[in-house]
Design a protein around this ligand. Structure first.
Ligand code: F0G
Length: 473
């Protein structure tokens, strides 16, 4: 092999060979184990047939979520030692604030313990200011954000682009919001704020395009409504824009991130995703007035405004994580793993949602299990069966999470997905191959998957999938 070929394989391997290449090596490991099938069956019985209720020690490969489950770098571990645990005005706070300003460009930031606290405080503040407007249109709401808006009397509307509903096409920006529907909704005069979730987690982890962001900004300004972004996966969104959009190929991820942020009035972030941290989140804004309004809520509900429920060391881990996450070698490895799992599953005959997204591979369960009606929660039934057969844990994103009782009866969501979320810098190619083989096996015997019914559910709308106890039909 001559030098040029070696160079091409090393540097461009992820593109030309279609192989995931990890731009890191492993320094510390955690043992994992695969309990025998009979034991897995018993664990499911104990867990009320809900994979959220399993003990992690009973899971072999855990793709329940990419949230807080990543491996930190040696620089992040070193940052932990720098943590200043002073109650107010700690050095950790200043490093955190500087990282948010440097990477994202927001002058005002409020740390919180995780993303849903940021959702609750920002969304309810905006709902309150805009009374009696109460509609919140989004490209697609995520479960915790949707639930909190409903809990406080708002009306979350999902307005994904039509292309996102056809799971077989390779339309590159299925995370986009439907601009026509958005304008129709805005013209009612009842919109509190617009939300763009980057990437669009509920519909497939797809990126939102720069054009769609710019047009949404324009509509927000025309109708004088704030534009909020949920930027929990902002770096993955920017990387997919660079990979898929011809005009952005030569731009750096750093610049794409800054351009994207320039269109938002306020953002919420779960630092458990693209903060590369195990815990944490924040609200960032350009509005001093809104910052002042929310700061009292943070003191009351989270902690003092310079720590927001986080230890100083967590703020340092996030500050380092925010700088690392826009490293393009890291992002190449990250997205190449998702792309690889997506490709391998398709080769195994699994009905994956196309194209691959940033953090997870989504399986179209209505196509995989056509014999199961929606009221038997096919996505969760598939998650349970996959665990039973292989020890792999994914998560259902379908009727159990998103169906809503209305006066006209039960309204089911468009999506009935099994999501396999890949933790950052944790698993290897052989783990992904194991997942692909296992799900290929399960999907080739759909009749063996039994539907589920609810035995108990919590009294709060929108969160039953986390806590419900179920049983096979
Ligand atoms: N926004 C998005 C887009 C999310 O995906 C999540 C969490 C949150 C907000 C809430 O953040 O967990 O820090 O409170 N998503 C996780 C998931 C739980 O599995 O997708 P959090």
């Amino acid at each position: 092999m001559d030098k040029i070929t070696v160079h091409h394989i090393c540097f461009w391997g992820v593109y030309y060979l279609d192989l995931p290449i990890e731009y890191y090596r492993i320094k510390m490991i955690e043992k994992i184990g695969l309990p025998p099938r009979e034991e897995r069956y018993n664990r499911l019985v104990d867990a009320g047939w809900n994979v959220f209720r399993l003990r992690s020690r009973d899971v072999f490969i855990d793709l329940l979520t990419d949230s807080g489950t990543g491996a930190m770098s040696k620089d992040q571990w070193a940052s932990l030692m720098m943590g200043d645990e002073s109650y107010a005005g700690a050095d950790s706070w200043y490093r955190f604030k500087e990282a948010v300003e440097n990477v994202l460009g927001f002058p005002f930031v409020l740390p919180v313990h995780q993303g849903r606290a940021a959702e609750r405080i920002l969304y309810t503040t905006l709902l309150d200011i805009s009374k009696p407007a109460d509609i919140v249109p989004a490209n697609t709401h995520f479960d915790t954000g949707k639930a909190v808006i409903e809990f406080y009397g708002g009306k979350p509307f999902d307005l994904p682009v039509r292309e996102a509903l056809d799971y077989k096409t390779n339309y590159p920006f299925k995370g986009d919001i439907d601009l026509e529907e958005l304008e129709n909704t805005l013209s009612t005069g009842n919109v509190s704020f617009i939300l763009l979730v980057l990437t669009n987690n509920t519909m497939g982890g797809h990126p939102v395009s720069p054009e769609n962001i710019r047009e949404t900004r324009k509509l927000a300004s025309d109708y004088d409504v704030p534009l909020v972004m949920d930027i929990s996966r902002f770096a993955e969104n920017a990387f997919l824009v660079k990979e898929r959009h011809p005009s952005y190929r030569d731009k750096s991820v750093r610049d794409i991130v800054r351009e994207t942020m320039s269109y938002a009035d306020h953002v919420i972030m779960s630092a458990k995703k693209d903060g590369l941290a195990n815990i944490g989140g924040f609200i960032a804004t350009r509005s001093e007035e809104l910052y002042n309004r929310m700061s009292g809520r943070v003191v009351l509900e989270e902690g003092y405004v310079t720590y927001g429920g986080l230890a100083g060391r967590d703020l340092d881990a996030i500050a380092t994580g925010l700088r690392e996450v826009i490293d393009e070698d890291y992002l190449k490895s990250r997205v190449s793993q998702t792309r690889y799992l997506h490709k391998r599953l398709a080769e195994e005959g699994v009905a994956v949602v196309h194209p691959y997204g940033g953090h997870a591979v989504y399986v179209d369960v209505l196509e995989t299990l056509p014999h199961l009606p929606r009221e038997q929660f096919p996505a969760d039934a598939l998650a349970v069966h996959l665990y039973l057969e292989s020890g792999v844990r994914g998560v259902g994103l379908g009727a159990l999470a998103f169906a809503r009782e209305t006066e006209e009866g039960v309204v089911y969501p468009e999506n009935e997905f099994l999501r396999l979320a890949i933790p950052r810098r944790v698993y290897t190619v052989s783990h992904l191959d194991y997942v692909a083989k296992s799900l290929g096996y399960v999907a080739s015997r759909p009749r063996e998957v039994k539907g589920l019914r609810i035995v108990w559910e919590p009294p709060i709308r929108g969160i039953r999938h986390f806590l419900a106890r179920l049983e096979p039909v």
